[in-house]
Design a protein around this ligand. Sequence first.
Ligand code: ATP
Ligand code: MG
Length: 560
Amino acid sequence: MSEMEKKPRHFIEQVIDEDLESGKYDGRVHTRFPPEPNGYLHIGHAKSICLNFGLAVQYNSYCNLRFDDTNPVREEEEYVKSIIEDVRWLGFDWEDRLYYASDYFQQLYDFACQLVESGDAYVDDQSAEEIRKTRGSLTEPGKESPYRNRSVEENLDLFKRMQSGEFPDGSRVLRAKIDMEANNMNMRDPVMYRILRATHHRTGDDWCIYPTYDWAHGLEDSIERITHSLCTLEFEDHRPLYDWYLEALDVYRPQQIEFAPLNLSYTLLSKRMLRELVEGGYVNGWDDPRMPTISGLRRRGFTPASIRDFASRVGIAKREGVADVGLLEYCLRQDLNIHAERRMAVLDPLKVVIKNYPEGESEELEAINNPENESAGKRKVPFSRELYIEREDFREDPPKKYFRLAPGREVRLRYAYFLKCEEVVKDSSGEIIELHCIYDPETKGGSAPDGRKVRGTIHWVSAQHAVSPEIRLYDRLFRSSKPGSGGGDFKADINTNSLETLKDCKLEPSLIDARAGEHFQFERVGYFFVDPLDSREGSPIFNRTVTLRDKWTKIEKSGK
Ligand code: ATP
Ligand code: MG
């Protein structure tokens, strides 16, 4: 909150401030988040959620959660549930203000009758095809329907019979009578109702006519006495229509304000494309940890605080741009750095035998759980004669500036001792299978009494104590910063290495008891999250949330 207050006020806050000043809505601020339950929410929706609910917190006012469920064909209860879970998880509370547009169907119908009675709406018998053809274009005016000048009585009678189910699907629509020559195509007698026999997820078969988005949305806002109706830029051209309906009905008028939607590099935020990924089996469901859905991000190990921080950093503007997915990952690292406990884990193990460490013995060394947070305390880590280190932490022919282990070289084992490599053991094919080393018992805790220094510190796990749960290395789902921009199918840009499953890692023993939903930093390796769905007690599965550093920036700079 304090961070938000330091920032310059964005244009929507400025509008609200002015409205509060002038007393426009009697000093009220009331926003809403209006998802259509036809898919899972993604990080773009999170921006809208943080904006709408964030304003409610900031102005000590209200934000409704409203399901804009006016289209029975694509909507499902499953989506309603996931949306509720996602908004709550992000940390927002609508208290008792959960609404459904479908609860207003009767009211919307009555409003439509009112427009028919005032001569502002008519029943058109043209087919959808004919209506499309006579709409004109950006350069040509539309043509008036031959049914446009029916009497109020006839329109009212036909509309009621549409509602009572007398006519087949698609045979008639109700249209607003505005102006077929309007420059703004949205004003050319837009459709308000269509006949559609489809079972609605909440109203069942009560209705066979359904309202269009443009007709319903402003009225939903009006009914709920929203003050500032915030939506993305594509609705800018719909605002005159939004206002026209409210004015024609002479009802309470909220103010629609458009802002730029979130676009994110390396990421697709189109519900249609996300559905294609799920249905085509390119990912394992809507909550696959590679998906930009809120449920996917949650399963990957993103935290609500990191997403709110990201939303606040990208800000609210009128002009559309592309945010860097690296910023999202940065926000996550910032949060996890403070909150995730450290552990040691070796993902690609190479065995080390410490020749001068007594056989059959072991000891417990003290390790710090989180250097950023003293209250996280310390833990004991077992140490013994045989260890695993990361294969990449040893080089037979170390290049310049490589300070890790090499023949004859001494390094520090984190939280333990100095270790020196004496011999490299290879198999018949020449692959290194084991290192024979000696340790210096005088260097316990990581420093030498004689003051000699080592330049590298590496992590390790005691071989006899190690555990090997499954580790899933997730990476970005797309190789291209703008998937599909090459003109081809966006699916051709999928990163085929976006999931690698490891089964032979060596982790410090306490990790076998990690509980679903816990975060860890594997020292020098990355942040990991215990998968909340596939983990079982005593057999956790670790999802890599994010690497410690941004390796993609480097790849981009080197031109791939
Ligand atoms: P659809 O094509 O199904 O309408 P949608 O992404 O617009 O897809 P909605 O359920 O209508 O889905 O969106 C709910 C709210 O989230 C709307 O107010 C919409 O403007 C906002 N929203 C959607 N995408 C973004 C985005 N990328 N950035 C910011 N807000 C978004
Ligand atoms: Mg939408």
